[in-house]
Design a protein around this ligand. Structure first.
Ligand SMILES: [Zn+2]
Length: 226
């Protein structure tokens, strides 16, 4: 079950803070002043805080879709959640809230917007990088310059990670057969349904060589043998 709002616990926040700090230490050790492939002039205090806040957002999103947090170790970015999804966190929570998409972002990956601060985050939606790299969203004044994609342009996370709506009708109805149908389908396969419409595994009085298809039951409707 997908949640669009999540609270993280103090333990989770501590784990995120540790990883966020570690990431910033690695950046400094490598003297890597580049953020997302462009030079950033943000100061050190901001950078430490942003790393930790970003990791809060990742853990929150991993809880929202019930998949593993995958911080990626020494690699810069490896997919923050489920080894695949990138999370971008912001505290800004108003009509103008945007997700930042960078030129170097991977076109076919989902980038998820996490909004909030400890302990509460919510998720207005996500976008694939290629869909976010549109001229109209380019912000040359951003630090570093990037695409600012408004939150109302994002796909809802329930539409991406939610369960598909339940199919209506029984198996037999979906296959175009009346419930209890036993015989050959349009492709010549021998199919056998229980009277309830489910695929049936148990057939009685079946003598296919004599053209006798028998009567079939699913495991819920298997008759008691007397
Ligand atoms: Zn049945």
């Amino acid at each position: 079950m997908i949640k669009t709002q999540v609270s993280i616990t103090s333990d989770e926040a501590m784990a995120a803070a540790a990883v966020g700090a570690l990431r910033q230490i690695r950046v400094i050790q490598k003297e890597r002043q580049l953020d997302h492939g462009s030079r950033s002039w943000r100061g050190q205090r901001d950078r430490w805080a942003n790393q930790i806040h970003g990791a809060f957002g990742e853990i929150a999103f991993s809880k929202a879709i019930n998949q593993a947090w995958t911080p990626g170790g020494g690699r810069i970015s490896n997919g923050d959640v489920a080894g695949e999804y990138e999370v971008r966190a912001t505290e800004m929570d108003n009509d103008g809230t945007c997700i930042f998409i960078y030129e170097g972002d991977l076109d076919d990956k989902w980038y998820v917007l996490a909004v909030g601060h400890f302990p509460d985050f919510h998720f207005p939606g996500a976008i694939k990088a290629k869909d976010g790299k549109q001229k109209r969203w380019w912000n040359p004044r951003a630090n570093p310059p990037c695409y600012w994609v408004p939150k109302d342009q994002l796909t809802k996370i329930t539409d991406i990670w939610g369960e598909p709506p339940p199919q209506s009708g029984t198996d037999a109805e979906r296959a175009g057969h009346p419930n209890g149908f036993v015989g050959h389908d349009s492709e010549g396969r021998f199919v056998h349904y229980c009277w309830c419409g489910k695929d049936a595994g148990l057939g009685y009085d079946v003598k296919l060589t004599k053209g006798q298809f028998g009567t079939w039951f699913c495991k819920d409707h298997k008759p008691e043998l007397v």
